[in-house]
Design a protein. Structure first.
Lengths: 396, 166
């Protein structure tokens, strides 16, 4: 019974945090892209456009839900549901932090630790393509169909290098359970270099990391591999005919896939919730220092206000940030939140890279995309896997 | 709990299998087949073979069936028209089908009289480690021979495809 209650609470917390992250990831993306392109981005709804995601959700909920004629109704309605389910499912095996004790209950900061966790994520990811393929096919629209076809071909092709890139760090970790993979990356070389898989001997997994990132961009249909929804050629690709909440479901699935890919990269290569440098060198003070720094910036701008309102609002925010920084110094809070902070910091940085690349690179041509997967990425991942296997066999 | 899950997913598998045959549109049939694969994976999981279950989903549902769906979408195959069936088929077909099933079940019972009932949770050798060790020690030769067979098939496919191009 206790297991059941704890699981329900954990699932609710993870769902709430994930949904908020997805909504605000879109705000972050619009802001970052805007600043890369020397624009301001969303700025009307709330301060700095902070309430923009809320406004978008209300807009999507209240829009007319069109059902175009001549669509295959069953599959047309099934597709967004499939896409979003498969996208949200894989977060359930990601470990966010270490073992914690809250109110006398000891539990792991993870929904489920499967001993085939890595395979589970690959399996769920490979089922995600049906949502897109069916959406393209059922819409009865040539642009949608082209988008769906492109997407299926792309996902099948990039799944191979992705799986091979995943296999190499598994050789080092010697397990398929994501919790144990993170635990295998604990500790430090020479007292400061973390034993993450991208640094770990006998074969640092830096090439797998790069291959995994590239294939991850393709699997999440992101620039420079966003051919399935290339606006200039295909209107909007597979979700051209979708409106209202069904469109929102695809949108959410895309961002959820991004979060999953980033957290998988963190877990497999960047040590999951393990800190960047040892506690003895003060890694527990990074989070409070960051919050205190943000608070100091708020305070400074509150004392030199650009608008009259800032004189009141910014100091209030500064006090809130200082309070958070102070709370993060309490020992019990440190033991619970530091692993989560490191996990979130790494995943957040990777998500920023995702957005950064979108602001930087143009889209590939379709034959380049396929040629790159089969002629460059696939051989490279095979060579990397063989080299890793050889090194592991020789030196450990 | 295990028995309830078994009954539920066995029922889903059978319903999907029937729908696979009955559906007139290729895409519906393909998706029914995915339903069969998925529920089979859950049955493997119930029996304690988690590696096989995941491999089932990744390989069959995630790769092979995606190719099926891809080809069906690419060829834009339409729904096939239902032809009228003869009276003899309708009258004899259903009883004949159940008769065949009964015959199969009976002969299996006669062939393996000492077979024990399957217990859920009784089998624990289904982890990735167990499967890997079995493949690379006890079944090394069949494993390698199968790999070479698949390699030959791949090379053959490439040769045939490049012939078409000329």
């Amino acid at each position: 019974m206790e297991f059941f209650v704890v699981s329900v609470i954990k699932a609710l917390v993870v769902a709430a945090v994930l949904m908020t992250t997805l909504a605000y990831l879109q705000w972050v993306e619009r802001k970052v892209i805007a600043h890369i392109q020397a624009r301001l981005g969303p700025s009307r709804v709330g301060p700095h456009g902070l309430l923009q995601p809320l406004a978008d959700v209300i807009k999507l909920f209240t829009k007319e839900d069109l059902l175009p004629p001549y669509v295959n109704k069953f599959f047309y309605l099934l597709a967004p549901f499939l896409a979003v389910t498969m996208a949200l499912l894989s977060i359930s095996v990601i470990p966010f932090g270490s073992e914690v004790t809250i109110f006398g209950h000891t539990t792991w900061m993870q929904l489920a630790d499967l001993n085939v966790g890595v395979l589970f994520i690959l399996a769920v990811g490979s089922l995600g393509v049906y949502g897109i393929a069916l959406a393209g096919w059922a819409s009865n629209n040539k642009y949608s169909l082209l988008g769906g076809l492109r997407s299926s071909a792309q996902l099948i092709s990039y799944e191979l290098p992705l799986s091979l890139a995943v296999a190499a760090p598994l050789l080092l970790a010697n397990t398929l359970s994501l919790r144990q993979i993170v635990e295998a990356q604990g500790g430090f070389y020479f007292g400061f270099l973390p034993r993450w898989h991208i640094f770990q001997g006998p074969m640092p997994q830096i090439f797998s990391f790069i291959i995994f990132m590239i294939a991850g961009f393709a699997e999440t249909n992101r620039v420079p591999f966003d051919l399935p929804e290339a606006e200039t050629e295909l209107v909007a690709g597979f979700h051209t005919e979708y409106s209202s909440m069904k469109f929102a479901a695809f949108f959410m699935a895309e961002y959820a896939n991004m979060v999953t890919a980033a957290s998988m990269t963190t877990t497999l290569f960047l040590g999951g919730w393990q800190p960047l440098f040892p506690v003895e060198l003060g890694s527990n003070f990074v989070a409070p220092a960051l919050f205190a720094f943000v608070g100091a910036i708020c305070l400074y701008h509150g004392l030199h206000p650009a608008r009259r309102l800032d004189r009141i609002t910014l100091p209030v925010f500064a006090v809130i940030f200082f309070l958070i920084a102070a709370v993060l110094l309490v020992p019990t809070v440190v033991s619970i939140f530091m692993p989560v902070f490191w996990f979130a910091a790494k995943t957040g940085f990777l998500l920023f890279v995702w957005i950064w690349i979108r602001g930087t690179l143009p889209r590939f041509r379709y034959d380049q995309l396929m040629g790159f997967a089969w002629k460059v990425l696939f051989p490279a991942s095979v060579v990397n896997l063989l080299a890793t296997g050889l090194m592991v066999a020789l030196f450990s | 709990m295990d028995v309830i899950l078994f009954l539920a997913f066995a029922a889903i598998a059978v319903v999907c299998a029937v729908s696979l045959v009955v559906q007139t549109h290729p895409i519906s049939s393909a998706l029914s087949l995915i339903g069969v694969m998925g529920s089979l994976a859950v049955l493997y999981l119930l029996l304690g073979a988690e590696f096989i279950a995941m491999a089932q989903v990744i390989v069959y549902a995630g790769a092979i069936m995606v190719l099926f769906v891809f080809v069906i979408m690419l060829l834009n195959a339409g729904a096939e028209s239902k032809k009228g069936r003869s009276l003899a088929v309708q009258l004899v077909g259903v009883p004949g089908f159940f008769g065949l099933l009964a015959l199969l079940a009976y002969s299996i019972l006669r062939l393996f009289p000492n077979a024990k009932m399957v217990r859920f949770g009784g089998f624990t050798g289904g982890t990735a480690k167990n499967v890997g060790q079995a493949l690379f020690t006890r079944y090394l030769l069949p494993f390698e021979v199968t790999s070479v067979l698949i390699l030959i098939a791949i090379i053959g496919a490439i040769v045939l495809a490049s012939k078409e191009m000329d």
